[in-house]
Each structure stands twice: as C-alpha cells, then as structure tokens.
Design a protein around this ligand. Structure first.
Ligand SMILES: Cc1cc2nc3c(=O)[nH]c(=O)nc-3n(C[C@H](O)[C@H](O)[C@H](O)COP(=O)(O)OP(=O)(O)OC[C@H]3O[C@@H](n4cnc5c(N)ncnc54)[C@H](O)[C@@H]3O)c2cc1C
Length: 433
C-alpha cells in the first residue's frame, strides 16, 4: 500500500503515533506538509508573522533532513491544505492519508474534507493525556480546570509510553528528489545579542530541554522562577516546539520523570506537568466546544464586559502606546522577539479587556500574528479565561497592572529594557491594520 503522511502540528519523527500507524501499514510513502498561505484575518493583517514563519520553516527543513536520513524526504505543497493534500495523494497514487488529529475547528474541517475524497486515518498525539484515557468523555469535561486536574490525577495520571521512530517506508520510485526551497526570513538586526531567538526543529527543542533540565537544573526551581519576565531561563520556553509538535508533551513528561529519578523530585518538577495539563485542558475545551470558542461571548451566553472593537485604542495597545509602561514593555517584547512571558500575557490581556474595553478577539488576533508559540487552543482558551467568558469560576480576572509591575519588575529593569528598544525600533501605527 502506498500512503501519504500529512504533517500538521506534529513536525517530528519521534513519539508520533500517527506516523507509527502509517509506517506499519504502508510499503511506500509520500510525506507532505502544506505551507500555510499566510491568509489575511478580518482586520487585514497576516495571520502568521515573521517569527512563527521562520520557526516553522526551520522546523520543516529539520524534518526534511530527518526524513532524508531515513531514505525519504518531505514534499512541501502550497494552496488550500485539504485540496493540496487530496491532489498530491492522487498525483502519487496514494490510497490513504494519515495524520495527527488536530483539535481546532478550521483544521478539523480540513481533515474532514480530505476524508470526503479518500480514506483519511487520524490519530491523537498532541496531548499529554490521550483523550481515551480521560476518566470522562470530552463532552463531559469538568467546567473548571482544578476539577479536571483532580479527576485526571486521581489514581495516578495516565500518560502513554513513548514511541520510537518507526521504519520509514521508501518514497515511490518516480517521486522527484528535489531539495526544499525555503526562504527563511532574516532576523531583525540591531537587537542586543542576548535577545531570545527560537530555532525550529526537534533537535533544537531537545537542546533547549537538555539545557533547561540537566544543564542549568532550571526544572528544580521552576515553580519559584516561572513568573519571571527577563531572559531565557525563568521558564522552560518549550512552547514553540510544543506548538509545532517538534517536541511532544509526552516527551517532556518522560524527561521530567527521568530528571526526578536522576536529580530530584520536588514541587517544581511537578509544576511543569501541572502546566502541561493546562495545555491539555484548553485542547479538550476546543474539542468540546468546536468553533464556539471564537464567539464574542466565548463559552457563555452573554459577555461579562461590553465587547466592541475600538480601532484607535486597539492600535495604542498593539504598538505599546498605552498609559501603562509595564503593558507597553511587554507589547514591545512581543513584536521584537515573538515571545512574551506568561505573566506579561496575563497582564496585557487583562489591561486590554478590563481597562481599555477592547474586543478580546482583535487582541487575540494580534497575538496570533506575533507569537512564535501561537496555538489556537491555548491562545483562545487563555483569552477567554482572562475575559471571564471561559472556564474561570471567578467573574473577573482583572489584574492591577501597577501592582503587578511593582511585584514582578520592582527595579523596573524589564520596563526600561523593552521600552528603550520599543522607542529605538518603533512600530508605525500605519503598519497596524
Ligand atoms: C492571553 C494569553 C495567550 C496565550 N497564548 C498562548 C499560545 O498561543 N500558545 C501557547 O503555547 N501558550 C499560550 N499562553 C500560555 C502561556 O503564556 C505560554 O504557554 C507560556 O508563557 C510559554 O512559555 P514557557 O514555554 O516558558 O512556559 P512554561 O511556564 O515553562 O510552561 C511549560 C509549558 O506548559 C504549557 N503552558 C504553560 N502555561 C500555560 C497556559 N496558561 N495555557 C496553556 N499552556 C500552558 C506550555 O505548553 C508551556 O510551554 C497564553 C497565555 C495567555 C495569558
């Protein structure tokens, strides 16, 4: 049997259940990735900004190298994803398509369209806990994270074993052996050398993991440092590799267990798993609610706050020109690195919604454009949570940003650093759609 493997949010060969299934079934295989078309969103900006695009292209190139080491290669397609996949499957006479199951609405629709044309087998691989191992059906997901966590942890968390790289089937004899032609955008010049720069691909993800765990023993202190804001090492920074599937959450989990055995087990080592459960939870919410998570009123019947788009104030927020120096510094960091700390994200989101009265969807779209680790489930889930229309038991999740700045940036080092760079490299408000 000849099959087509469609890489989506799983840009890796290791611990990839869908890939294992395909390799067991197929004698020959075509491996494909469809380049996102950088489509416009409602306010005219490109959905994928430079940082994520570069990370994605590096990850795609790394995947191609890994496949070539196993005697195959990656074919990069363009156009509408489902049409491109069906077309490629027909061109190379593949009788089935295999892929990892995605949990966000648009991606699920695309998967269904492929399934309308030919057999399309999808497998879970993006979450720490397999949905079938949950002690309830996803439709009955507890409405509150703590209840969810307690239920999945009761009697011991079930995390499946890792898969090793399967035997990769060879390509069809007539598949042209063409080198990938990827234009990786240049890094912005002039920023301090210490500025964060994420490199795509599994190897780079593992390098980061080894450094954070065994190199600097950051995992031992994670719970104490994770609310930091400056630099690389206050938190794991695994999110971009997890978002593209260069690392699987199970790989991180099993690495935590190894660390606990070899170095130490403490509250911090557990807390990284706790955060991976948050990531799972937002995925299960997306599975449960489908496209409802994008609605103005989120998971509720009515908004807790007036939801209205204010283009001018929104631009001030986007460009880091609000009345809060703390919010501005975070917004500058986002557009100059593609990253913002979790503390920063919570504050700028709260400020946008509760202090400026902005429409959370426009702000979430700005995050989608800039974040190197953008993940539709985690991004939307967190925005809903801060807006009080997600799964938060509290009606408001309003942060006092001045108090937060005092607490988390007492000497103002973070604010001075990013506000100075924001002034040096301003974003022209005309470039904001
Ligand atoms: C408004 C808002 C938008 C966000 N958008 C995204 C997004 O698009 N993509 C994304 O991966 N995360 C998002 N987050 C969650 C969180 O901020 C990032 O996952 C985290 O900052 C990434 O840094 P890290 O890898 O060092 O995290 P660590 O603190 O080291 O945590 C380890 C991993 O746990 C997961 N995790 C941690 N916190 C959360 C959380 N609150 N929600 C979901 N997963 C979590 C991530 O996969 C992370 O890599 C958002 C948070 C907010 C408040």
């Amino acid at each position: 049997m000849r099959a087509l493997y469609w890489f989506r949010e799983d840009l890796r060969l290791e611990d990839n259940p869908a890939l294992v299934e395909m390799c067991a079934a197929a004698d020959e295989a075509v491996f494909a990735f469809v380049m996102p078309d950088n489509a416009e969103w409602s306010r005219g900006a490109k959905r994928m900004g430079t940082y994520r695009r570069r990370f994605m292209l590096e990850s795609v190139a790394a995947l191609d190298r890994a496949l070539r080491a196993h005697g195959n290669q990656l074919v990069v397609l363009n156009g509408n994803p489902d049409e491109a996949i069906v077309e490629a499957a027909k061109t190379w006479s593949c009788s089935a398509v295999y892929s990892q199951r995605c949990h966000s609405y648009e991606e699920e629709i695309a998967a269904d369209h492929v399934a309308d044309a030919l057999p399309h087998y999808t497998f879970e691989g993006a979450t720490l806990v397999h949905p079938d191992d949950l002690p309830f059906d996803v439709e009955h997901l507890p409405e509150i994270f703590t209840r969810f966590r307690k239920k999945v942890e009761k009697g011991g968390l079930i995390v499946r074993d890792l898969f090793t790289v399967p035997g990769i089937p060879p390509p069809p004899a007539d598949l042209p052996d063409e080198a990938l032609d990827l234009e990786v955008p240049e890094r912005m010049s002039g920023l301090p050398k210490s500025t964060m720069r994420f490199v795509g691909g599994s190897e780079a993800g593992w390098k980061r993991l080894r450094h954070y765990f065994w190199g600097m023993k950051g995992l031992s202190e994670y719970k104490k440092t994770r609310n930091g804001m400056m630099g690389w090492d206050y938190s794991s920074k695994f999110s971009p590799w997890l978002a593209w599937g260069c690392l699987s959450p199970r790989e991180v989990y099993h690495a935590v267990l190894d660390y606990e055995e070899e170095v130490e087990q403490n509250e911090s080592t557990y807390w990284l798993i706790f955060e991976l459960l948050w990531r799972d939870y937002f995925r299960f919410i997306a599975m449960q609610h489908g496209d409802h998570i994008w609605h103005k009123t989120g998971l509720k019947d009515a908004s807790r706050n007036p939801v209205q788009h204010h283009p001018l104030q929104w631009k001030d927020w986007c460009t880091g020109n609000t009345k809060s120096a703390y919010v501005n510094a975070n917004m500058h960091e986002l557009r100059l690195t593609g990253f913002m700390s979790n503390r920063g994200r919570q504050n700028v989101a709260s400020y946008a919604i509760h202090d400026m009265g902005l429409d959370w969807r426009a702000c979430a779209a700005w995050f989608e454009h800039w974040l190197v680790d953008f993940d539709p489930c985690s991004n939307t889930g967190n925005w809903l949570y801060v807006a009080g229309i997600g799964n938060d038991p509290r009606p408001q999740r309003k942060f006092d940003v001045d108090w937060q700045a005092e607490r988390y940036d007492p000497d103002g080092v973070f604010q001075r650093h990013w506000n100075r760079l924001g002034e040096k490299f301003p974003l022209d408000p005309n470039d904001v759609p």
